[in-house]
Ligand binder design. Sequence first.
Ligand code: PMP
Length: 428
Amino acid sequence: KNAAPKQSTPKPQQARATAPKFADLPGFKEIGLQKAAAELLNIDNPFFRAHEGRAGATTQIDGQTYLNFSSYDYLGLNGHPKVQAAAKAAVDHYGISASASRVVAGERVIHTELEERIAHLHGVDSSIAFVSGHATNVSTIGQLMQPDDLIVHDSYIHNSIVTGAKLSGAVRQSFQHNDFDALESILELRAHKHQRTLIVVEGVYSMDGDYPDLPRLIEIKKKFGAWLMVDEAHSIGVLGKTGRGIAEHFQVDARDVDIWMGTFSKTLAGCGGYIAGCHNLIEYLKFTASGFVFSVGIAPPIAAAVCQAIRTMRDEPSRVEAAQENGRYFLQQAQAAGLDTGVSQGCAVVPMMIGDSLKATVLSDRLLKRGLNVLPIIHPAVPEKSARLRFFITSEHTKDQIDLAIKLIKEELRSYENEPVSLQQLMS
Ligand code: PMP
């Protein structure tokens, strides 16, 4: 008779003599190295620059005025007197905070108005507002999807979607940017092995300024019985005749997309995010999405400002037209000047593809010194060798400002190429 295998007694864990150091965390040293490199190059850290007032087409930094291409305020509504007045009136009426979760402590009337306006904006039944756009994606995807499900997303998708997918435990696979044949191949191979499938794309890609072929995506999602989710963070106010996003742009039925996601932090001049869709989806999230149930309700002044921003976008369609016209003009002029704008279609975002992170950072600093504020996007926000200067173009920019920006970039690129900067050289 075989003896039962001996159970090895687990060794008592050796207690650490001291707590771990935060400085030993992965990635901590890289932050220090970046700072040291910036000092060596004698450039200002481009991140966390303190703007002294509202950042629109121009902005004040350290008492100086700069031409600004670093704001998501695509329609200039953050500075609109009616939007500001709505926020001020809500402060007088409600105070500042919702003071607790809406589930627990009750909501404010303005929350219902906001969610009705969002649902109407998208042309669907209902919506739910969260206090952060990032938390909206994390909580929604994290809640809806399960370990036996499949999430397939564009490779350029925002971090919040990837984080939500990881939280859900579902199998996650990306397809090459806007390559829908690749998406179909993945679905053919895998979809039948999973309980549910979710396809996730953006309405306008925040790093690249292009958009997906929504009608094709709707065909694919129907063919495979999948859910389709579209993140409209950068497409509300930017796509569609009246700024209602990618469904309006393609003239498709909004109900063919199962999950609409958006943020209040860009065109809508607030802070927070939302999901819009059918009644059952929204009802489910209202009782289960942790970022809603266990988090404070959106601040009433922000809810009121967003309601007014939606009304103003409808009442002043020239803002949407100007944003679209400026995006197109910027792209055209940049391309005519021989600049590499990647895959941008001129939808509010136009990247200047630079390649090297050091070069992008140096160029951003030199442009600042010439009165132009534009931020470098470097690894890990984008893949290695895809560093860029990212321009956000809004309804408030003038053609002269756009022309000047293109002229300055061209000049600075030329002067850099004549005399490239190398960290090795500086250190030797
Ligand atoms: N989705 C996309 C596509 C985004 O670009 C962002 C942030 N810029 C978010 C979600 C998160 O939104 P928020 O900044 O409002 O939290």
